[in-house]
Design a protein around this ligand. Structure first.
Ligand code: SF4
Length: 216
């Protein structure tokens, strides 16, 4: 698939929140609960995350060392059907745009945060008509800022993730629980009940198997 293959990605469908990319890549069920069922529950991680975003959520502008900083900028892409808010967008002295996503936690092993950053870059490219080849993730607790190249591989992953979201949007049922170590840090664990659902599914599979065996 290429960036011009936009048939199933566009805005005729429900807009996709930029933040949905990190949710669906973490757990498809988490995405569906938050973005389709509008369920959201706080836990220590989400509260700390909100505190980390508090400063950048307010829309402001200022300049530092020749770099203009836009905080809490509303962003969109009609081409991909995205809407969202960028924590910080820097306008560099050469006029290029550079998104910076604030994250509370450490560098995660998988690319959930990079996907969100790349979606912001795609929005900025459409809004400004300028190429956005890189951005950064700022880890609030460690004050570590790491640059991320918005390369072809990452762009392709964004498109695959949007397609995954579109598929879930068109299904009548929620994705099944992952029921693994991801659930330990998930604020939705009480609402989701992943272990219980897994047990029920196993039980119902066994019941069907018994019915099937009886008929043999
Ligand atoms: S508790 Fe687990 S299965 Fe449920 S939404 Fe969270 S990560 Fe996904």
């Amino acid at each position: 698939m290429t960036l011009s293959d936009k048939d199933s990605l566009t805005a005729e469908l429900e807009p996709v929140a930029v933040s949905a990319l990190q949710h669906v890549s973490y757990c498809p069920r988490q995405y569906a609960l938050i973005h389709l069922e509008q369920v959201f529950d706080e836990n220590v991680f989400t509260l700390r995350g909100q505190a980390a975003h508090k400063r950048v959520d307010r829309a402001t502008q200022r300049s530092e060392r020749g770099i203009k900083l836009l905080r809490g900028l509303n962003i969109f892409s009609d081409k991909f059907g995205f809407v969202g808010k960028a924590d910080v967008v820097e306008i560099l002295p050469d006029g290029s745009f550079f998104p910076v996503e604030y994250k509370l936690g450490k560098h995660r092993a998988k690319n959930h945060d990079e996907l969100q950053l790349a979606a912001q870059a795609l929005c900025l490219e459409e809004m400004t008509g300028k190429s956005v080849p890189k951005g950064a993730i700022f880890h609030v607790e460690s004050h570590q800022r790491r640059e991320v190249k918005i390369n072809k591989t990452l762009r392709k992953s964004v498109l695959q993730t949007i397609q995954e979201i579109r598929t879930i949007q068109q299904q009548d049922t929620l994705p099944p629980p992952v029921n693994d170590k991801r659930c330990r840090n998930c604020s939705l664990i009480e609402l989701c009940q992943p272990a219980l659902l897994d047990t029920l599914t196993e039980k119902s599979d066994t019941a069907w198997q018994e019915i099937f065996d009886d008929k043999k």
